[in-house]
Design a protein around this ligand. Structure first.
Ligand code: HEM
Length: 413
């Protein structure tokens, strides 16, 4: 019988929505701040209640992002330290930073991701959505929506923002999936290009270093140009930070948005009334998109590390202890959401925590919402009906999860 700690650590839990719900429902009820100890990992507290995650995230001086940001085995941390000369993380991007660096680096791109700025991209994004749905239409009424359709949309949006040419799409797709989905056996089996995560990072680094050099010579309106000219304390952003920034934007906005889009369609298939309601009134889409994000909660966790002793829901968290914030659990918290296990596109005041909270709140959340809304506007316009054509399957990943297979049959409008 696996312990709750074993279940939290197992990638397979996150490939089974029922197992995940059962695990977290029990923890929220019986031991909401749960101590996990396992020989392959440094111990940590699993934080499963919405209010407790907020309490942690709203105190960034007490709970740091560095040095432990994600769940990693001791062996991984050792390899990373060897590769970086002592740092447990291979990259130095926003998610690994704290004050004062975090605010400085976040400020570089914050304006880019504001609703007013990204609105200018709406027509381009709609064009990209329409292309992907055209390809789906050409598949003759059946496809694997999660594997063959959805991933091509966010990756093209990200490439457009970053300034990466379309011909490099296969490279970007594979690299981003390897960085985030790397504990799923299917992803591991598909590893043809790179042998380890450090190699993946190296391939990315070389690629983006060249792109930055190109933009220094030929500026454009993309993020690559912004990074090429960005200054920190009056000096050009260093290579390692610049490459880390690229990798963060490229990876953070890809599988998260794909998973939400695919999981959203499965929820609409399983809830035909909601689908009919949405088709009849597309102005419900923004609310539906937020419910999809809550429902899927593709980011399974982030970590924080305590700088001082602190009592959290009666548990004595010591300075140096780390905490895993279990977002999917918080988004099913019965104390916050009425009927949390129901998919409701008209959920009033849907204040889910799938985009995080506090100073690290997802930088791309407006972009993600806009992308998914536009995608569904185009999809619901072109596709008249959709049904399951096989069993869905979820990615076995403790990091970013969601559907990896969603076989469907569809008819065009
Ligand atoms: C449904 C899609 C998405 C979800 C669920 C999501 C979720 C998250 C979460 C949970 C965090 C950590 C927040 C925290 O620590 O409190 C985060 C951070 C971040 N996300 Fe997203 N994200 C999504 C899409 C995107 C997109 C499209 C982009 C960019 C194009 C993006 C860029 C970022 C960045 C740069 C950060 C780091 C922010 C910081 O540390 O200051 N995300 N995201």
């Amino acid at each position: 019988m696996p312990t709750p700690g074993d279940a939290i650590l197992s990638p397979h839990t996150y490939a089974d929505p029922d197992a995940m719900d059962t695990l977290f429902t029990a923890l929220r009820r019986d031991d909401p701040v749960h101590r996990v100890e396992h020989p392959d990992y440094r111990p940590f507290w699993a934080v499963t209640k919405f209010a407790d995650i907020q309490e942690v995230e709203r105190q960034p001086d007490l709970f740091l992002n560095a040095p432990r940001t994600f769940l990693r085995t001791l062996a991984y941390e050792e390899r990373a330290r060897a590769a970086t000369g002592g740092n447990p993380a291979l990259l130095r991007s926003l998610v690994f930073m704290d004050a004062p660096d975090h605010a400085q680096y976040r400020k570089l791109t914050q304006a880019w991701f504001m609703p007013g700025r990204i609105k200018a991209l709406e027509a381009d994004i709609r064009q990209l959505a329409a292309e992907v749905i055209d390809d789906m239409a050409d598949r003759g009424g059946a496809c694997d929506f999660a594997a063959d359709v959805v991933p091509y949309f966010p990756v093209r949006v990200i490439m457009r923002i970053l300034g990466v040419p379309r011909c490099d799409e296969p490279l970007i797709l594979q690299l981003t999936q390897e960085i985030f989905g790397s504990d799923d056996p299917d992803v591991q089996a598909a590893r043809t290009m790179t042998a380890s995560l450090a190699d993946t990072v190296k391939v990315f680094s070389d690629y983006f270093r060249d792109l930055t050099a190109e933009r220094r010579r030929n500026p454009s309106d993309d993020l690559a140009t912004l990074f090429a000219h960005a200054e920190i304390d009056g000096r050009p952003m260093a290579d390692h930070e610049s490459v880390s920034y690229y990798i963060l934007v490229a990876t953070a906005g890809h599988d998260t948005t794909s998973s939400t889009t695919a999981g959203g369609l499965l929820a609409l298939i399983e809830n035909p009334d909601a689908q009919a309601q949405l088709r009849a009134d597309l102005s419900l889409l923004p609310g539906a998109v937020d419910e999809m994000v809550r429902w899927v909660s593709p980011v399974r966790h982030f970590f924080r590390t305590a700088t001082r002793d602190h009592e959290l829901r009666g548990k004595a968290v010591r300075a140096g202890d780390s905490l895993m914030m279990c977002y999917p659990s918080a988004n099913r918290d019965e104390e916050i959401f009425d009927d949390p296990f129901a998919f409701r596109i008209d959920r009033p005041a849907n204040r889910h925590i799938a985009f995080g909270y506090g100073p690290h709140l997802c930088l791309g959340m407006h972009m993600a919402r806009m992308e998914i809304r536009i995608f569904y506007e185009e999809l619901l316009r072109r596709v008249a009906s959709v049904e399951l054509a096989g069993d869905p399957a979820w990615l076995a990943s403790t990091n970013v999860g969601g559907l990896k297979r969603l076989p469907i049959r569809f008819t065009l409008a």
